[in-house]
Ligand binder design. Structure first.
Ligand code: SAH
Length: 346
């Protein structure tokens, strides 16, 4: 099972080579590829002869993620999927509708080993990395299931994308491919808890994607306690890497700041955050701050900041010249923040 070729991990030109090596006519690769991007299995590939379909099934068995659960929000049209992979591992994806189109939040790993204290995805550690095709097929299956075209991707689901660097880069190339889903790099965001090595490696590719940083705290001691990654790369090192990323790619950085009651939600913290970012990002580096009232995860014991303190926090940031917004909560009734469904799966 481990070493078999999953066509979903390959680009069209790679499938073409694999087919050629197997003695399958080249033009069949294009046909198969089109079906795959629509989430269809061999049995549904109507323009392929039965013998070829059987041969492909034998040589390159497909493994699309299976929808184990699908929750549709009654408050908005958010859809949350629990997908089961071929080895039984479960991951989550969320589809959200915005004015500009549909956006999907995808997972990059089954589990996570980053250990952030407020996050449900990390409670049972990392099981394994997802392959490029497993990340891509979350989009393919959701599009097929809902009959929509997804135009935006955020890598903010389960996992730390930079802990699965090669597969994530490959996924970015696949999802952007002209003959594939054609999702523009400018419509893709990747979120990291602060793996500086990953930020540096990614900048070498110069993809015009948006880099999101899960900052959440302004004090190294506190950040290290709640986000262990800070012990390896502290806040200053992280912000210097962000500034260098902007210098290389010209893309504005986005910072995520989760507001936790009584921990990091005071006006004083907001002022500290504004000054910290201005100081370390450099004067002319544009950035945006996304404020997210924490989603309460029972195991963490952390409480959501009050609406009034969230608004006040945002006002202070704006007063200090920062571009900040409070993230709209979508799918509140379907536990749309990732990790919680997988946890309940046992
Ligand atoms: N590992 C990456 C991407 C996955 S998490 C990262 O850390 O950025 C996506 C975002 O959700 C991160 O900003 C993360 O800190 C945040 N998050 C995790 N648990 C949360 C919770 N309980 N409430 C609010 N945001 C949370």
């Amino acid at each position: 099972m481990q070493n078999r070729v999953n066509l979903l991990d390959l680009s069209l030109s790679e499938i073409t080579s694999v087919f050629e090596a197997a003695g399958i006519p080249k033009y069949r690769a294009g046909q198969v590829y089109q079906w795959l991007m629509k989430g269809k299995g061999y049995e549904q590939m109507g323009n392929l002869p039965k013998t070829l379909r059987e041969q492909l099934q034998e040589m390159f068995p497909l493994s699309f993620p299976v929808i184990a659960k699908k929750l549709v929000s009654k408050l908005d049209s958010t859809v949350k999927y629990l997908f089961r992979l071929h080895d039984g591992q479960c991951i989550e994806s969320v589809v959200m509708q915005y004015k500009h189109g549909y956006s999907i939040c995808v997972s990059s790993q089954a589990g996570c080993r980053m250990g952030c204290g407020f996050c449900a995805s990390t409670l049972r550690g990392l099981v394994r990395n997802l392959t490029p095709g497993e990340i891509l097929s979350q989009i393919i299956v959701a599009q097929a299931d809902l009959g929509i075209r997804i135009s935006n991707v955020v890598m903010m689901g389960i996992g730390e994308p930079f802990d699965n660097f090669e597969n994530v880069v490959r996924f970015l190339q696949l999802v952007n491919a002209e003959e594939g889903l054609q999702i523009g790099y400018r419509h893709i965001s990747l979120s990291t808890c602060g793996v500086v090595e990953g930020i540096e490696r990614l900048s070498a590719y110069n993809f015009p994607i948006t880099l999101s940083i899960s900052l959440h705290f302004t004090d190294n001691e506190q950040r290290s306690k709640i986000m262990p990654i800070n012990r390896k790369w502290n806040i200053e090192t992280l912000l210097t890497a962000c500034s260098a990323y902007f210098a290389k790619t010209g893309r504005r950085i986005s910072f995520e700041y989760t507001l936790i009651k009584g921990i990091n939600d005071t006006p004083g913290e907001a002022e500290k955050l504004a000054k910290l970012l201005k100081k370390h990002m450099g004067r002319d580096v544009p950035f945006h701050i996304n404020l997210i009232p924490v989603n309460e995860v029972t195991e963490s014991g952390m409480k959501k900041a009050d609406k009034s303190s969230v608004e006040r926090f945002c006002q202070v940031l704006t007063r200090f010249g920062c571009n900040a917004t409070v993230r709209r909560t979508l799918g509140a009734d379907v536990n749309a923040s990732c990790g919680q469904l997988r946890l309940n799966e046992g």
